[in-house]
Write a protein that binds this ligand. Sequence first.
Ligand SMILES: Cc1ncc(C[n+]2csc(CCOP(=O)(O)OP(=O)(O)O)c2C)c(N)n1
Ligand code: SF4
Length: 308
Amino acid sequence: MEQKKDKKIKTAEKETAAIKLPLFTLKDLATPAKINWCPGCGDFGILMGLKNAIVELGIPQHELFLISGIGCSSKTPYWVKLYGYNGLHGRALPFATGLKLANHKLTVIVVGGDGDGYAEGGNHFMHSCRRNINMTYIVFNNQVYGLTTGQVSPTSEKGFRTKATPDPVIEEPIHPIALAIASGATYVARGFAGDMQHLKKLIMDAVSHKGFAFIDVLQPCITFNHLNTFDYFKQRVYKLEDEQFDASNKIKAFEKAQEWGNKIPIGVFYKESKATYEEQVPALQKQVLVKQSLDVKTQMENVMKDFM
Ligand SMILES: Cc1ncc(C[n+]2csc(CCOP(=O)(O)OP(=O)(O)O)c2C)c(N)n1
Ligand code: SF4
């Protein structure tokens, strides 16, 4: 009788151990700051996708760092309880690079708008892709400058006009997916703010990827972009995984990246396994930089000797 009871207790203990409880819940990621995006903005879907992905990934909060530039989308770090930094317009990626070099064990997620990432920060985007720094970059692409009330951005479509930019755009937009592939990013995907579950999975996949992971997210700005709306995208988006797209083929990925119009693909365009930047920096192989002791005196003496 006693033996049977022991066996039952042990089985129950084993079952309890097998259930993987989340380290924290969505509630733990809440901050006291009030969200001031326009009600109905696409940014909300991305925020929920991001928070759900963070909970499901189960990376401890103190090992995660959320970095942004300036813009409506760049306010995201205020509303997710992690280490965070709301930086300068267009300069989120250089800050993230510095942080990764100082402590490459941190999981770094960078967020911001299409103006921030493809205009003011366009140069940094290209070089972060080719360096293959192990971080995730999520661009909230609403094809307009939201925070500054509706100027056109590098992804605004030809013919697009806003109250702030009444003359129609005469330039061709850039193709962020094609640009990222051509620049050497090792994970390139597109999500849609109106499909939170799909976006959550992309974010989890991107954060788990070793190397520079980039997700361009279609994010309707309901206040300043009356062309690329939720309905516009709902009628056009389809999932690459539904057509068994081969994301290991760079040429095919590049070809697919050109598709924009009546049909807009979302999902993973390209994925490749390659050494990261951090793995190739000799000084980082022993220990994270912040934990290495600095013999400042000897180093300064050596620098002075070089100049003498
Ligand atoms: C160096 C610099 N240039 C311009 C600005 C003004 N500015 C602030 S946010 C912004 C654009 C925001 O658009 P986007 O990055 O697309 O983000 P959204 O607001 O649409 O999320 C601009 C031009 C600035 N703060 N700093
Ligand atoms: S201006 Fe546009 S992007 Fe900014 S919060 Fe409002 S709807 Fe969102």
